[in-house]
Design a protein around this ligand. Structure first.
Ligand SMILES: C[S@@+](CC[C@H](N)C(=O)[O-])C[C@H]1O[C@@H](n2cnc3c(N)ncnc32)[C@H](O)[C@@H]1O
Length: 264
């Protein structure tokens, strides 16, 4: 009888463990944003943003349901784009550690998401965050194709990255800050999502009236000094500017958050 009970218990244990769903380790703990979800839509996505857009219309091409991802791959993933040409150097400057949780905010076609997935390994996780559903669907398809199991696509709101508090070690924002239409709100959500002691990397266009091309002056609303002033007012501070050889059109900042009483 005792042996029968033991066998039954072993059988139940075996069944329970083999049927347990895939549960990747993220920093040894279950992640509040369940990584088993392939795609997450920011909660209350239908709620209208609260403030006036600082650059109305700048994201129209990205949020267009007819967006052709291929056309953007040809624009974003081409050697003549400085960011693409220097992608390896940029990745190195981020000093990504195995096991880290990264938010690639404004992930676009997934250029950096793919690199981060490899850099963080099976113990880490990447959240590809974007307002453009077509980009997130593309990133998920690519992840399936290449067997990347450590990425979650997040379709976020225009005024929030829709990540839980303290959920990431690193926030990466490339060529995207000038696309934020509600920078104060989006940055508040990033401030909350980034853990204390975490790192934020921001790459954006140099904007220098009298020097920069007309297109930059028109498309990019703020230059580096102004961006830094804004980020400081949103509770971040610059650790250092990261210099990369041959980087001329863009700058790269390493920032951290100043803890605030509301978030910590
Ligand atoms: C110029 S693309 C850069 C894509 C990618 N980071 C790269 O460098 O290849 C800007 C991206 O930011 C996204 N974006 C714009 N506003 C955003 C917001 N408030 N939150 C998240 N993503 C946003 C756009 O949909 C677009 O994919």
């Amino acid at each position: 009888m005792q042996r029968l009970t033991l066998s039954l218990l072993s059988l139940i244990f075996l069944l329970a463990t083999s049927l347990a769903p895939f549960r990747p380790a993220v920093g040894q703990q279950a992640h509040p944003l369940d990584p088993r979800e392939k795609m997450v839509t920011g909660q209350d996505a239908a709620a209208p943003p609260r403030r006036q857009s600082v650059k109305p219309g700048i994201n129209d091409s990205f949020t267009n349901p007819e967006l052709k991802v291929e056309e953007f791959i040809q624009r974003f993933e081409i050697e003549s784009r400085e960011i693409y040409d220097l992608r390896q150097e940029i990745l190195e400057r981020c000093r990504i550690q195995v096991g880290e949780r990264i938010a690639d905010v404004g992930a676009g076609t997934g250029l950096f998401t793919r690199q981060f997935c490899k850099a963080v390994g099976n113990e880490g996780w990447v959240f590809a965050v974007d307002i453009a559903p077509r980009f997130i669907e593309h990133i998920n398809r690519q992840a399936d194709l290449h067997g990347l199991r450590n990425v979650t696509g997040v379709i976020c709101r225009e005024d929030s990255v829709a990540l839980p508090p303290d959920s990431v070690d690193v926030v990466f924002i490339c060529d995207t800050y000038h696309h934020f239409e509600y920078p104060a709100d989006t940055m508040a959500s990033i401030h909350s999502a980034l853990r204390v002691g975490g790192r934020m990397y921001l790459i954006d266009f140099e904007r220098d009236p009298g020097v920069s091309r007309e297109w930059i002056l028109d498309h990019v609303r703020a230059g580096k000094a102004e961006v830094i002033r804004e980020l400081e007012s949103f509770g971040f501070e610059v650790v250092e500017e990261l210099k990369i050889n041959r980087m001329e059109d863009n700058y790269m900042l390493h920032l951290r958050k100043r803890p605030s009483s509301t978030n910590n």
